[in-house]
Design a protein around this ligand. Sequence first.
Ligand code: SF4
Length: 164
Amino acid sequence: MKIRVAGITQDSIVDGKGLRFVVFTQGCPHRCKGCHNPETHTLYGGKMMEVEEVIAQMDANPLCDGLTLSGGEPFFQQFACAEIAKAAKARGMNVWCYTGYTLQQLEKHVPNADVLLREVDVLVDGRYVQELRSLELDYRGSTNQRVIDMNAYRETGEITLLYK
Ligand code: SF4
């Protein structure tokens, strides 16, 4: 299976808790004003990679605590992202995923979102809203975005936020 990738960062400390292997997927429909990664919007940019190639790069960096899927919009390529997420979990890594959709939109309106959603431990959801930008927030850019504990959500049905 192939994935269109905007870039890979091997050792990020800003895209989730701990040291993280980050896959920036290419292609995003949200077009948020003030987006920091506008080069990821087009579906024709970035480069095509085999999922196995991405996983091999992850394997070459055993110090990472987790995988972060970011964008772009990971739910545009949910099948390939799910394969990478499964490989990360099999290696004992946790999985964070950034999305411009809200959790409710993913559940109700995005076909096959569950394929990736069920592999995600922490979901940072919602579009970036420039008017709600804050530098005080942990792991997100605007106050509407939420850092959701997906394991707690699956267990209780209630949305538990990891950072206020
Ligand atoms: S969802 Fe993220 S990548 Fe997409 S436009 Fe918004 S800020 Fe940019």
